[in-house]
Design a protein around this ligand. Structure first.
Ligand code: SF4
Ligand code: FES
Length: 323
């Protein structure tokens, strides 16, 4: 069986970890000399904390996803590792992270596609599925003394055997361009705020439809299939942020509202039922709006919903110029 078949292999997951420093209680709260709170709120966007790199070696199948590996690590090796996920099927967009430096959904990234040969660099703390005095690793059996038997079994099932093929190393980091909350969890609030700013809902009066008896029944929003086709793909955006993580201009949404927000704007601008296309074009015609897009088009490649984000940015640029 080759290295990408169904045989069990060993894989090493390297994680760039981060733990925020706990807020210290203000011992001088009642002091008349304490610093007044800023009227603009906290200006610290990136919480301070401890950063380190950690490496986990475990048993996996080549067609397992990176999310599968993280769940194994969480259950059998290191319950402190933090990451976010929900559907595990590429539908919710909550598990966006950088896999080998590329913004990707953890639940769609297969181990066999991303593991690369090469030994881990220095500076990694090493954790394997079973005690290994040679590498100074530890098992969950020690971490979870309340359920030692179950923990030992789970750790044993993830323990790489000496004769297993080694598929290589996968490097994980939080989604670029966003503040980090903890380990692989990025704070995507800046993106959600920018999406909200562009009013991501239908603005239309609709047409009053009547029943056979002539009574008002429902508000209808009639549309032809070719009109639906103009924005249908755009409505599949799941706000995962992969396009923003790939964009060299986005970086937290301060200089550029970001491609995800603009894709949502484009979805409504292209919707024949929406009455606010002109106002929407005005709203993105700002210094930090579509004008900030440099047409790098790095945003197109990672979109898990097949949206050509770079092309959409170009279409918006043209629509703003021509209005
Ligand atoms: S356009 Fe694609 S990559 Fe960008 S947020 Fe939407 S689904 Fe994610
Ligand atoms: S967990 Fe929902 S997209 Fe990956």
């Amino acid at each position: 069986m080759d290295g990408t078949g169904s045989a069990t292999v060993t894989v090493t997951i390297q994680v760039n970890r981060f733990t925020p420093r706990p807020e210290r209680p203000n011992r001088h709260f009642d002091s008349p000399f304490r610093k007044a709170a800023s009227p603009f709120g906290s200006t610290r966007k990136h919480p301070r904390g401890r950063q380190w790199r950690q490496e986990y070696t475990l048993r996996a199948h080549p067609h397992d996803t990176v999310l599968d590996c993280l769940l194994t690590i969480k259950r059998t090796l290191d319950p402190t590792l933090a990451f976010r996920y929900s559907c595990a099927h590429g539908m919710c967009g909550s598990d966006a992270a950088a896999v080998n430096g590329t913004p990707t959904l953890l639940c769609t990234a297969k181990v066999c596609d991303y593991a690369k040969q090469g030994r881990p660099g220095d500076g990694f703390r090493r954790t394997a599925a079973a005690d290994n005095p040679a590498s100074g690793t530890r098992s969950l059996a020690r971490l979870d003394s309340g359920n030692a038997d179950a923990s030992r079994d789970a750790a044993a099932s993830a323990t790489p055997a000496a004769d297993m093929p080694d598929l290589g190393v996968i490097e994980l980091a939080p989604l670029p361009g966003f503040p980090v909350q903890r380990d692989l969890i990025a704070d995507i609030d800046p993106m959600l705020e920018q999406i909200k700013r562009l009013q991501p809902y239908l603005q239309a009066d609709g047409v009053l439809a009547t029943t056979h008896e002539g009574k008002v029944d429902v508000l209808e929003y009639l549309q032809k299939p070719e009109q639906l086709a103009k924005y249908e793909l755009l409505s599949n955006c799941i706000a995962c942020g992969l396009c923003e993580g790939s964009c060299p201009v986005f970086a937290g949404g301060e200089a550029f509202i970001g491609p995800a927000a603009l894709v949502v704007a484009s979805r409504f601008i292209n919707d024949s039922r929406d009455d606010a296309a002109r106002q929407r074009l005005d709203a993105i015609d700002t210094v930090d709006g579509i004008a900030a897009c440099q047409s790098v088009r790095a945003c197109s490649r990672p979109c898990p919903r097949g949206i050509d984000v770079g092309e959409e940015m170009w279409q918006l640029t043209t629509a703003v110029r021509e209005r």
